[in-house]
Ligand binder design. Sequence first.
Ligand code: GDP
Ligand code: MG
Length: 728
Amino acid sequence: MPQPFTLALAGNPNSGKTTLFNTLTGSRQQVGNYPGITVEKREGVLKHGEHSLHIVDLPGTYSLTTYSQEELVARNFLVQDKPQAVVDVLDASNLERNLYLTVQFMELGIPVLVVLNMMDEVAKRGMTIDTRKLSELLGNPVVETIARSGQGKEHLLDEAVRLAGERRNQPWQPLSISYGPDLDPVLDKMAALIQDKGFLTGTYPARWVALKYLEEDEEIRRLGRLEDESVAAELDALFASVSSHCQKTLDTHPEALIADYRYGFITSLLKQGVVKRKDALNRISFSDKADRILTHKLLGPGIMLAVLYGMFQITFGLGEAPLGWVESFFGWLGTSVQSLLPPGLLQSLIVSGLIDGVGGVLSFVPLILIMFFVLSFLEDSGYMARMAYMLDRVMRIFGLHGCSVMPFIISGGIPGGCAVPGLMAARTLRSPKEKLATVLTAPFLSCGAKVPVFLLISGAFFPNQAAQVLFWTTLAGWAVALIVARILRSTIITGEPTPFVMELPPYRMPTLKGLFIHTWERGWQYIKKAGTVILAISILIWAAMTFPGLPAEKAEQYTSRIQALEQKIQEAAPSRQAELTKKLQAVRTQKNAEQLQATAAGRIGTWLEPVSSWAGFDWKTNIALVGGIAAKEVIVSSLGTAYSLGEQGAGAENISLSDRLTKDPGWNKIKGISLMVFVLLYAPCFVTLVTMARETSKKWAVFSLVFNTAVAFALSVGVYQVGTAVWG
Ligand code: GDP
Ligand code: MG
């Protein structure tokens, strides 16, 4: 005799629960047709095959957040009595609204059998529902019933018994929905804290508790305070700060935002052909109308490309002038400090290490701020979610998932992102294989730290074409990420694709204030990094580029040669002075170059040169690329340092790095492109690798370091060799 199952009958008021309960149990119950009739808990027992089933009719609710007594009763029964499954009764003629509760059961993680009741109403209204599709997208069984006539009852019981049996000894599997860029990070942080402290986790899933804190659930807060006051206070504080943040930036509160995203999840679900209406009975919202155009099969992708292209044009149209100002400011600063300080280590540290290093990173702040502003606009308006939605179809071709789009976009699918939050966003992927493929390929995209390299190269070799260069590097990043994903998915990470549902929150007009705050938050991250991590790495790299330096003997030889020349210049006739000065400069340049080559970094760079030269990289570039594994921002700054150290004194004027490259006979367009390809694709930065190890395993982080560098090098060599053969 198998163990009896407890099934909870739940659903919105008036969805037909009590009618169904009566049909199933055969007992007589009063049937009401207005909301709120079922207040107490009613139970019944029946036999189905060899199973005996204990059925509990829960009060009707719209939500599992405790606004009312009914909701509290329903929720407490689920988490305390832990029935084997919820039989979730939906008024199928009102699917969108009814699914709101279903999604909340799924977020709780309890096994759910979705019952589409009132199928007679559905037919009468001229609608059709693709039950199989709905089941596939939800990942839960779905059955159709007409409770009034008892139709579908046997099938319902079969499925309920099957589901309860299948999932009996498994832990609940909570669904994770993305609640957008403002709430997700806080939600993750809260969930981690909750998990860590075992706060209420005996009864509720960690992320769910976090969500209830954001939804201001009084009951959870009360239980929380009883459980552990200090954790509760910490959660309250996190809530308070994100709440005021939402108020300031989006002019709304977290609870409303959560509802938006939950409905967004349902919208996208229904949009995939689940419901077809013969007539347009339901009201059409503005968002639906806008989506008819913006996510149209043919128009949509075209509009999306135009939006991206427009974004680059705006960024560079507006950003060019301020970029020039900041560059000249740092040039001026360098020259001034150089003339104030005596030549020597200190001058070199400040001018070559700090000003050229950090200045190189900070020069791009105006451009990056403008780009972040446009990015915030796309995000706040709700358009970004549509891009993800449209790209789902593309992602599938490459063995990825619609939920891979957000990690890609955040990592730099729209330039300016960062792979670290990008990889964390991949947590929404439920299939471990799709998650792994996403995590491994997202670092190929154009993160904000790579962008300065592209801008530098386009400034030097493709003047006035920066927008195009960035557009194409962005597309190249996508192409490589997708192709590599396809290859990985058909070789080392094979497995079936899983269905896709994503949140499509309603469009909203972003507020100017909100845009400024979001822009500033992102921009400040960048500036802060320049002032801390990048500063520290710049000093380290400067030291590696300064010590040990030339052997004393050699240095003395140079010093005496220089002194002799200086002496000569003073004594020489005016007609010979120009020639002698030139000679002096040549000796100084030679000394500086030799000096740099004799340093730790120089030796590494030189040691790599025989191989790196296949891709066109000289030893100075190698220094920057090796440093770039620590943080990609360092590439531009160490190139700056390498080229300024190598030449300092040659020409006294402090010119910008891109001018230096343009004038350097060792550089040309093809080398520039080869460098861009390499920087776009090679090893993820250190922080990304650490994140990757945490999200997957150390093995995959090491794989990524080696594999990405190999891919990058192979393509760069290809570009350089072919380019040189054809145009060189
Ligand atoms: P509850 O609030 O979820 O318990 O819903 P009830 O069982 O009280 O039903 C609400 C109303 O819907 C009643 O008038 C029922 O007769 C009606 N109803 C229930 N199931 C169906 C169905 O499958 N089709 C139709 N057309 N009406 C139904
Ligand atoms: Mg009822």
